[in-house]
Ligand binder design. Structure first.
Ligand code: SF4
Length: 198
């Protein structure tokens, strides 16, 4: 597959506005939610329940953060640009989706790292008519993804390599997710299409 080169640049004013929205979101985050995010690795490590149950707790916190984030991002139902690029999920997530949907998943043995443009324009297997068919059970990567730009321009395939407003880091959520997804001392991450090939 050929590398995707940028065919246009983002307007510097738009980038600046997006950085402003990103900062405003961070300021709008309730302290209690920030504290909960920091404490999440310990909570998940000691909480009872299956991996799937704990996964839902991680998703739940990410969703609460997303509610605060909503007014600062371009993301909305019907925009599926982020479903047509690389989507990295863990084997635990693949197993969970498989159990819920009944669709078998490929038992990927080792992590797979693809070039950043490997799946440009390739729909996620769970995208139906530009709508996520497993929305309530979508992976963490899908819940984390957001564009602070005023439109979905940043998510267009041709913009992949352009200057962009950096994604937010969620230290507690990421740590909890990685630790939970590390099974028998092994973490397997791959694209959703590796686990669910067409
Ligand atoms: S799981 Fe759903 S939200 Fe995530 S990439 Fe696939 S269709 Fe999009």
């Amino acid at each position: 597959m050929q590398s995707t080169k940028p065919v246009q640049e983002l307007d510097p004013a738009d980038v600046s506005a997006a950085e402003g929205r990103r900062s405003a979101f961070l300021q709008a985050m309730p302290v209690a939610l920030l504290d909960l995010e920091d404490a999440l690795p310990g909570i998940i490590a000691t909480a009872p329940g299956s991996g799937r149950t704990k996964l839902r707790r991680i998703y739940g916190l990410m969703d609460k953060i997303s509610v605060v984030r909503r007014e600062f991002v371009a993301c909305a139902k019907g925009c599926a640009d982020c479903c047509k690029m690389n989507v990295t999920i863990s084997k635990l997530e693949a197993r969970s989706i498989s159990e819920i949907t009944g669709r078998p998943f490929a038992d990927v043995a080792d992590s797979v790292q693809h070039p950043t443009d490997a799946f440009v324009g390739v729909s996620c297997p769970y995208l139906v008519n530009d709508v996520c068919s497993i929305y309530e059970n979508r992976p963490l990567a899908c819940r984390r993804h957001a564009s602070f730009h005023s439109s979905s321009a940043w998510c267009k395939p041709e913009m992949l390599e352009t200057e962009k407003v950096p994604l937010l880091q969620f230290g507690g959520i990421d740590q909890a997710f990685i630790e939970l997804s590390t099974e028998k001392r092994k973490l397997v991450l791959a694209d959703v299409r590796d686990f669910f090939p067409a």
